[in-house]
Design a protein around this ligand. Sequence first.
Ligand code: PMV
Length: 340
Amino acid sequence: MTGMKPSTDHHMLPGLTRTVTARAGANFALVKYWGKRDPALNLPAVGSISVTLDGLYSRCRVRLDPEAAGDSVRVNGRDDAAAARRAGRILESVRALAASQVPARIESDNNFPTGAGLASSASGFAALVTAVAAAYGVSLAPAQMSELARLGSGSAARSIWGGFVEMLPGVRDDGSDAVARPLADPEHWPLEVVIAITDEAVKTVASTEGMERTRLTSPFYSAWVEHQPAQLDTMRRAIAERDFEQMAAIAEASALTMHGLAMSARPGLIYFNAATVACLHRIRALRAAGVPVCFTVDAGPQVKAICLPEAADRVASELADIPGVLRLTRSGLGPGARLE
Ligand code: PMV
């Protein structure tokens, strides 16, 4: 990693066998990331803006084990080869900084469904980087944590920070400027999110594959990339001014544009189910009736209704009524990744 320095005060033993635990909240993008300028390093083609949640989170425990034959990664109690491959790149970087060759045993748990469009990779890798760096005794600035988390998943770079967060696409080939930065604390604008779960199954086309298919086959991909800076400018302003109407307009436009773009890939990607669409209509009707709520949807069929706190009970009871909504979960905004 460029610009990263190992801490000068770490020692290889005896601290190596203790277990380090970190926690990070999931995040949802208000202005979406879709498309990579470099798939190998997860460098995004566009910037994005998200909110980090407190109620949906991952906890990651890391123990360095000199006796182990290699690294192991378990997610929700099961060996996970895909997560292990992604984590391997983070471990390599951190071990290089620590001048260590000791393998790590990693266990990560989510308090919400994994891989169903609820940003489990974001919170998972943000927690993992935080725990791994501490376990190897490497002290990193948040921007460096963000750079490492991005190797696990693009959106994970944002979960290093709490509240309102912007991911910069950067221009450098090595990705050292493709990191997230904080825009505002959760207290700046304490929004609430009501999530309508419409399917607990793992999504069919993972975001990485969906993004690549879209980049390679959609006739509208370059328009999406060109349009994004204007969306980011308006969203930054809406957050600074706590302008709900403006935020709602851009968040919904960005989600629908991302899904329209994904649908325009060959073959088209359809992440919505019938209940997803019914929720979007209900949220639009509520806002038209004066309820401060708007929607966003990621690479899965769950609907995230973002609202002012006073509207959350009403929004929850309206969404609970929709056929196909299996259950709801609620969250406020929360802090960035941290050690426990
Ligand atoms: O971080 P990834 O590779 O899982 O991609 C996330 C993509 C979306 O969730 C659909 C959008 C976003 O900005 O989070």
